[in-house]
Design a binder for this molecule. Structure first.
Ligand code: SAH
Ligand code: AVI
Length: 331
């Protein structure tokens, strides 16, 4: 098991363990691999520095970005049912972001059970974890928060195992993984689940292309700013001098792959140096850096994930438009 590089007890109820310090060299390699690939790419986890996390929160409030409000409405509907099982339990939220979704679930737990609930947010964003922890202990004074600053693709083994667990993976963040990564991730997650552990996963469904494309091309340009901001993380990790103004935001639905793709398209020929590379990085005018996939799902995919992992589907909840699904699985 990995040992946390730093462990901070903020107050009696909050502890945050950092498993990312020791992986900084891996992060540099991941970025360099992407910038030297034939189709250049940047892994989407690098969106979420402090400013990027704030921009994502702003995206979730946009009129065009239907996933967050649709998933929250669903969660509100089903919370009373799910929360019946929530006593003496660790609630582990993967890619937790802000605490607005988990709060909906916690709100439905009887106050007398709260002291037996531990919330374990897992995220690569320190700001996301520490801000959520502070907000949650104010709002739910009896809860304990055990934050893990960790990569859910690498560090599932550091999640505490003593108690029964509900894993939550909201927002359709699974969709940001490639097909291969998502299958491997679900298998890895199943491997750390014990019989009776639960998984509540949010999946954005295939729908009208115009609705999908508008959600990633909002009128205020917040998604464009979010996309371009990934370059500041890159500059920080690999000490480059990318200027976001050299690129334009591009987002479109790739129908054959059931996914929105986000790219940064170069507005001019670019050449810049990087201390980790012997040669300069060259990007031709019109060439793109692929920054995100956001896969959309059908009912078939839900059945497929269950059959690949052997997790049992307890229920699939969806809205009237069938735009978003919350899938409740049991190990
Ligand atoms: N679950 C929230 C946030 C979704 S945004 C919601 O539904 O609104 C995606 C979140 O996952 C961000 O907070 C980001 O920092 C985190 N994240 C992305 N890749 C990650 C990874 N590999 N490991 C851990 N967290 C990750
Ligand atoms: C976090 N993730 C599921 C979001 C999505 O819709 O793929 C990130 C995002 N990218 C652009 N807008 C929102």
């Amino acid at each position: 098991m990995n040992n946390p590089e730093t462990s901070v007890i903020i107050r009696k109820q909050i502890a945050i363990r950092n498993y990312l310090c020791s992986t900084e060299q891996e992060e540099v390699s991941e970025i360099i691999d992407g910038l030297t690939a034939q189709q250049k790419y940047i892994p989407s986890k690098f969106f979420y520095d402090e400013y990027g996390s704030n921009l994502f929160e702003a995206i979730t409030c946009l009129p065009e970005y239907y996933p967050t409000r649709t998933e929250k409405a669903l969660l509100k509907e089903i919370a009373p049912q799910i929360s019946k099982t929530l006593g003496n339990i660790d609630i582990v939220e993967l890619g937790s972001g802000d605490c607005s979704k988990i709060s909906i679930l916690l709100d439905a737990i009887p106050v007398e059970n709260m002291a037996t609930v531990r919330y374990i947010p897992v995220d690569v964003s320190h700001a996301a974890i520490s801000n959520s922890a502070r907000i949650l202990v104010e709002r739910f004074p009896d809860i304990t928060v055990h934050g893990l600053l960790a990569d859910f693709l690498k560090h599932l083994s550091v999640i505490p195992k003593e108690t029964k667990r509900l894993f939550c993976f909201f927002g359709s963040t699974l969709g940001n993984l490639t097909r291969k990564q998502s299958v491997q991730f679900l298998l890895d997650l199943k491997a750390v689940m014990k019989p009776g552990d639960q998984l509540l996963i949010g999946l954005d469904m295939v729908k009208n292309i115009r609705v999908l494309e508008k959600a990633y091309n909002d009128d205020q340009g917040v998604t464009a700013a979010f996309n371009k901001n990934i370059l500041s993380s890159v500059n920080q990790y690999v000490k480059t001098a990318f200027n976001p103004d050299w690129f334009e935001h591009v987002a479109f639905y790739n129908q054959s792959k059931n996914r929105i793709e986000m790219h940064l398209r170069a507005l001019k020929n670019i050449e810049l140096s990087c201390m980790y590379l012997p040669d300069n990085i060259r990007i031709k005018k019109g060439e793109t850096i692929h920054t995100e996939n956001s896969h959309k799902y059908t009912h078939w995919h839900i059945l497929d994930f269950a059959s690949i992992t052997g997790l049992k589907i307890n229920a699939v909840y969806t809205d009237n438009n069938q735009w978003f699904s919350l899938v409740h699985l049991i190990a």
